[in-house]
Design a protein around this ligand. Structure first.
Ligand code: NAD
Ligand code: TYD
Length: 339
């Protein structure tokens, strides 16, 4: 039995991970430590809340006393650190909480992993630590880090700290760097769910700059299967890139969403660009494919359809979100963007 501390398990990727693991594995016990920030949502975990191999703790990864207590009480053998402030635009509005959670919080988890001698520590990082690409080339694990946003810089700092704990104290760290995810339960501040929900409500779809920035998309289930493989077989001290080779300019995604929802392109509104906006991401995942035999299983065409249909069928999930503090965030974000 593995006793895994999953942090940030009430967020988008973490909740998909917990749902996936508890449905498919009986040899894993999960303690989910989540602060329930604006991005954390226990509705994502309704199907597993009473599962015998699951326990939820509301708390902060920066709280060393709490983290120490959980390691001891649940005899934690593995850590998967999903917890983070994860949105670039919010990091531009204010960077402090990004430094606190993403850097200090990761450090607290690493210190406890060292103290209790865990078997593996999976640090969930991002391709954004590599910076921005021109029209050609891909990020490899050896690409020098050049983070451009406060979010990306805080994730890069956490990566460096994790690798330092491996080299100095032999904490069995493995780092994953994945490209942009989409799927069920994604908070509607990120491109795909924001555009789906705005289109459903006949609201304008704010496209930054010329709409030609490129992201490399992966369905969240494919990402989480890769994380599961890294947990099992990933070599300590190593970094694994994860991606599905699905590069798309933003405007193409926005138009596809409008088409599937039967809405007019007139809803598109080009707005002021994001400051420091990375132009292109593209990830080379040969290493995880060759060494761990991982392969993405979902095509973009079918998984994006599933995703759009899920938002259509789960209005209650997102209506609860957009009726809260979200409106204040939305006004703040987009009042500064009108051209
Ligand atoms: P999210 O914002 O949806 O969820 C983050 C979760 O962390 C929330 O449940 C939140 O309550 C929790 N959290 C925040 N601060 C915390 C703290 N101090 N203590 C405990 N819990 C805290 O994020 P996501 O999109 O699910 O991303 C998960 C991880 O994957 C992040 O580390 C992110 O950097 C990384 N990542 C995300 C993407 C993507 O496309 N979303 C791509 C690559 C990597
Ligand atoms: P986002 O989902 O915030 O992910 P990231 O910045 O981490 O890649 O944004 C994806 C792309 O979509 C990025 O190029 C910014 C762009 N974007 C818009 O054009 N309009 C929006 O309202 C948002 C949220 C993003």
């Amino acid at each position: 039995m593995k006793n895994i501390l999953v942090t940030g398990g009430a967020g988008f990727i973490g909740s998909n991970f917990i749902n996936h693991i508890l449905k498919n594995r009986s040899d894993i016990f999960i303690v989910n430590l989540d602060k329930l920030t604006y991005a954390g949502n226990l509705n994502n975990l309704k199907d597993v809340e009473n599962h015998q191999n699951y326990f939820f703790v509301k708390g902060d990864i920066v709280n060393d006393e709490l983290v120490n207590y959980l390691f001891q009480k649940y005899e934690i053998t593995h850590v998967i650190n999903f917890a983070a402030e994860s949105h670039v635009d919010r990091s531009i509005l204010g960077s402090e909480v990004f430094f606190r959670t993403n850097v200090l919080g990761t450090n607290v988890l690493l210190e406890n992993a060292k103290r209790f001698g865990v078997e593996k520590f999976v640090q969930i990082s991002t391709d954004e630590v590599y910076g921005s690409l021109g029209p050609v080339g891909e990020f490899e694990e050896t690409t020098p880090l050049q983070p451009n946003s406060p979010y990306a810089a805080s994730k890069a700092a956490a990566d460096m700290m994790a690798l330092a704990f491996y080299h100095t104290y032999h904490v069995p760290v493995v780092i994953t760097r994945c490209s942009n995810n989409y799927g069920l339960y994604q908070f509607p501040e990120k491109l795909i769910p924001l555009m789906i929900i705005n289109a459903m409500n006949n609201k304008k779809l704010p496209v930054y700059g010329d709409g030609l920035n490129v992201r490399d998309w992966i369905y969240v289930i494919d990402h989480n299967k890769a994380v599961e493989m890294v947990l099992e077989k990933g070599k300590v001290g190593e970094v694994y890139n994860i991606g599905a080779s699905t590069e798309k300019p933003n405007i193409e995604i926005v138009k596809l969403i409008l088409k599937q929802l039967g809405k007019s392109d007139k809803l598109i509104e080009y707005v002021k660009d994001r400051p420091g906006h990375d132009r292109r991401y593209a990830i080379n995942s040969s290493k995880i494919k060759n060494e761990l035999a991982w392969q993405p299983q979902y095509s973009f065409e079918s998984a994006i359809k599933n995703t759009i249909n899920w938002y259509l069928e789960n209005e209650n999930w997102w209506k609860e979100i957009i009726s809260g503090d979200y409106q204040n965030y939305y006004k703040l974000q987009y009042s500064s963007r009108s051209n």
